[in-house]
Design a protein around this ligand. Structure first.
Ligand SMILES: Cc1cc2nc3c(=O)[nH]c(=O)nc-3n(C[C@H](O)[C@H](O)[C@H](O)COP(=O)(O)O)c2cc1C
Length: 228
């Protein structure tokens, strides 16, 4: 059904601005029913999904915004790394720069002035890109971090592609889980779960510059070592 896999992989991109339209429950269920066929270690299917929308999502966004405005220290369930290696840091910077300069140029063409004073990225991030639904992925304590993360990663890509083939957009977003306590409070039965990641999902605003900036990838020979 839908797009050929390669076309879906190449056609997908992170969507960071959504139309306000809700995702019908049956469409969401269809996507999740397809994504459950992602592989998992010994078929443990360790990934739990919370699909948050409507009033609970608005409440969460308001709380996240409040935390961002008061600069509450991030406390995710998974500790941050000990520092990106310089080459990876450079790729991260390249993404931020390419995105910001493309958006500034496009918005200038559209007659949109930059916000004054500028909104901090953390405060802007609390709006969760205006997505109508937020999927929150967790796994239970006792599952190894390696396999729990791996299973959820595979599941996430399956969600992104299943959404893509139905004309929906997604953005995997770790930043939204930066204050894990807010999600534990919102999501029932997560005392013994680790909150790993979120995925925004909805109908993409394809005109928005943030959804159109050019992205890059390494050449195959820059990250693959053929050992023959
Ligand atoms: C683990 C993970 C965490 C991410 N967290 C965020 C995030 O917090 N905010 C965001 O805007 N994008 C986030 N992204 C999206 C990446 O920035 C995006 O996938 C990357 O720049 C490649 O662009 P593309 O998805 O459009 O191909 C995340 C992606 C992954 C896989």
């Amino acid at each position: 059904m839908g797009l050929h896999t390669s076309a879906a992989i190449l056609g997908r991109r992170a969507i960071r601005k959504y139309k306000p339209d809700q995702v019908p429950d049956e469409v969401l269920r269809e996507i999740l029913a397809e994504a459950r066929w992602a592989p998992s270690a010994t078929n443990t299917q360790s990934t739990n999904v919370y699909a948050v929308s409507g009033e609970p999502l608005e409440r969460f966004k308001a709380e996240l915004r409040q935390y961002a405005e008061s600069e509450v220290e991030p406390k995710p369930d998974f500790p941050p790394g000990t520092g990106l290696p310089p080459a990876l840091m450079a790729r991260q910077q390249a993404l931020f720069q390419a995105r910001a300069s493309f958006i500034a140029a496009e918005e200038a063409k559209m007659g949109i002035r930059p916000a004054d004073p500028p909104v901090s990225p953390t405060v802007a991030g609390a709006a969760v890109f205006g997505a109508p639904t937020l999927l929150v992925l967790t796994f239970e304590e006792g599952v190894s971090d390696a396999y729990g993360c791996f299973d959820a990663g595979l599941f996430s890509m399956a969600v992104c592609l299943a959404a893509q083939s139905r004309g929906l957009g997604t953005c995997i977003a770790g930043g939204v889980a930066r204050n894990a306590e807010l999600l534990h409070k919102l999501l029932p039965g997560t005392d013994k779960h680790k909150i790993l990641i979120t995925i925004a999902i909805g109908y993409p605003d394809n005109d928005a510059p943030v959804n159109r900036f050019p992205r890059t990838r390494l050449a195959v020979d820059d990250f693959v070592t053929f050992v023959r």
